[in-house]
Design a protein around this ligand. Structure first.
Ligand code: FA5
Length: 324
């Protein structure tokens, strides 16, 4: 009797053409008043021995019908949504997506920002296309001053504009709008019209630093920059200041860095902000003092990743870029 029930159910499932009729078959056999459900319910009236054999068989059939119903349900759904008919090998290995990553300069820039931010500096920005005024005049380099030759400049013809030769113009732009005390760094791209070599490119990057207050000293500069290099290289470093000339600082120095077991390396220009710069941005020069510096970001990256030619950084050679 149970076997007949099973045959009947299977035949009806086969015939069901949509989900509705399949649902009807389910109710017919497995619903609350379904035929098989009733059989299962009546088991309690049988003798213990009969109950054991019949019960086992009934439950087995129930499972079978459920399985066939389920399969048929998927089959109906598949045809309904017209899934692609072709064969799909779900065990085939996937095609790996090439993974993008950050350029070494971006990595170094972010790290530099993080370290200076931890010392209370904010990140400021300025335009790469700059005016004569901010790139030079406001920095105590008047027109026809011989110091302009320190920076070989790309001029934008007829526009009276130039591509900034350093990030220092942002010092003046920032101080015009903000009063001391202030601490900023300015990472950004710079341009120089000069012959390239292993350590010089036409386009490169600097990080400007500026800290101004009522009593900011050269000793503060040394402390800040020593802490920076310590964190950047994860090791103790020695700092050496050598006198140098930049029109917008007085005194000015060149900064050398030495790591254990390495040679002294010239890495940045720096100095105490020149009173003329304070005057130009409208500060009372006697009230404030501060330091400024400009680090070559590309140079930091070259040391960090042992890249021996700056031009490699921007030739988009994947053999280099894939290493980061
Ligand atoms: C300056 O540009 C000054 N503005 C730095 C400064 C800021 C001094 C604030 C005082 C106060 P200099 O021309 O030396 O200085 O450049 C600074 C750094 O930029 C260099 O040490 C070097 O690391 C990097 N640099 C300069 N020219 C190039 C270039 N063509 N290619 C790659 N890096 C360069």
């Amino acid at each position: 009797m149970l076997k007949q029930l099973k045959q009947k159910a299977i035949a009806e499932i086969k015939q069901a053409g949509d989900l509705n009729s399949l649902e009807k078959v389910f109710r017919q056999y497995l619903g609350r008043k379904g035929e098989l459900t009733q059989v299962l319910r009546s088991l309690k009236d049988l003798s213990a021995k009969e109950r054991a054999t019949q019960g086992k068989l009934a439950n087995q059939i129930k499972k079978e019908i459920e399985n066939i119903l389920e399969q048929k349900k998927y089959k109906i759904r598949d045809t309904k949504y017209e899934l692609p008919k072709e064969w799909l090998d779900v065990t085939a290995p996937g095609v790996p997506m090439p993974q993008g990553h950050l350029h070494p300069i971006t990595l170094v820039q972010r790290q530099v920002e993080e370290i200076f931010q931890s010392m209370g500096f904010t990140v400021a920005n300025g335009p790469e296309v700059e005016t004569d005024y901010y790139n030079f005049d406001a920095l105590n380099v008047p027109k026809n001053h011989p110091a302009r030759d320190l920076w070989d400049t790309f001029w934008l013809k007829d526009l009276d504009l130039l591509l900034r030769t350093h990030t220092s113009p942002v010092q003046a732009r920032y101080m015009e709008k903000n009063n001391p005390p202030l601490r900023i760094i300015v990472p950004g791209r710079c341009y120089r019209h000069e012959a390239t070599d292993a350590s010089h490119d036409v386009i490169f990057h600097q990080v400007e630093g500026l800290m101004v207050g009522s009593d900011v000293s050269a000793a503060n500069f040394k402390g800040v920059i020593e802490e920076f290099f310590k964190q950047f290289y994860h090791t103790d470093v020695k700092i050496r200041l050598r006198p140098s000339y930049f029109p917008f600082v007085e005194p000015g120095f060149e900064v050398d860095v030495k790591r254990k077991g390495k040679n002294w390396l010239e890495i940045m220009g720096a100095g105490m902000v020149h009173p003329n710069v304070f005057k130009t941005v409208g500060y009372k020069a006697n009230n404030y003092q501060g330091f400024a510096f400009g680090i070559g970001l590309d140079r930091l990256a070259m040391i960090k990743y042992q890249i021996d030619d700056i031009r490699l950084l921007f030739t988009n050679d994947l053999r280099l870029l894939k290493q980061f």
